[in-house]
Design a protein around this ligand. Sequence first.
Ligand code: CDP
Length: 231
Amino acid sequence: MTDGYKRDDGRTPNMLRELKMNVGVLNNADGSAYVECGNNKIIVGVYGPRKLHSKKHSKIDGAVLRCKYNMAPFSVTERKRPGTDRRSTEISKLISEAITPAIFLEKYPRSSIDVSIEVLEADGGTRCLGIVATSLALADAEIPMRDLISACAVGKVDGEIVLDLSEAEDQKGEADMPVAMMPRTNEITLIQMDGHLTQNEFVEALDLAYSGCNYINKLQKETILKKYGGA
Ligand code: CDP
C-alpha cells in the first residue's frame, strides 16, 4: 500500500464510506432494516417465517429463504427500467446463498422466509450492503441465526488495494471483489471477482475484506443492541 494515497473522495485505501444502520423501520413487516453507506440507501423488509402450502416450493426439513433484490427506477442516474432483469436475478440468488449458512432454517419446516431488498439509491457495492441490511432485518424478525453475516467489496484502483469501492472506482478500477462472511467463524459465504489481482494482491485484498467485515459486524450488533437493549 502506498503511503499517503488518497482516493477521489478523500478516503485512505482501508476506509469504508460512512455507514448508518437502523432496524424496525417498517410497521407491517415482521422485520426490517434501513442502511446507508455513502450514497447507497437500501431498505429491507422480511415476511415470515410462514407456512407454505405448495409442496413444490417448500422443503420438509426446513424453511426456504427467498431474497428479492430490486433497484428503484430512480436509484441510479440513468433511469433503471422497473422489474426483474438478469443482474437482479443473480444478485437475489447470491444474497440468499450468502445468508443461508447463518440461519437455523431447520427450525421452520415447510415454511418460507421472504426478504425484499429495495435499493433506493445506488453508488457501487449494493449487493454487499443488501447482505448487511438483510442480516439486520432477519435479526429484527427474531429469526435465530449463528451470526450476522457481514459484507463489503474490496478491489484495485490506480494500482492500490482499496476497501468499499464506489461506483466511480468500480468503473475505473482494475478489480472488484465482493466478500461476505460470518465473522464468528471466519467462514466466507460469498466471494466474487470482476477483474484481475495477482496472488499477493488477492491475499492483501482478502485481509482488508476481513477487517471491513469485522468492523461492519460490530456496527450491526450495536444497531440490534441499541434497539433491543443492552447498549
Ligand atoms: O452494486 P454492486 O456493486 O453490487 O453491483 P454492480 O453490478 O457491480 O453495479 C455497480 C454499480 O453500478 C451499482 O451500485 C450502481 O451504482 C451502478 N448501476 C447502474 O448505474 N445502473 C444499473 N442498471 C446497475 C448498476
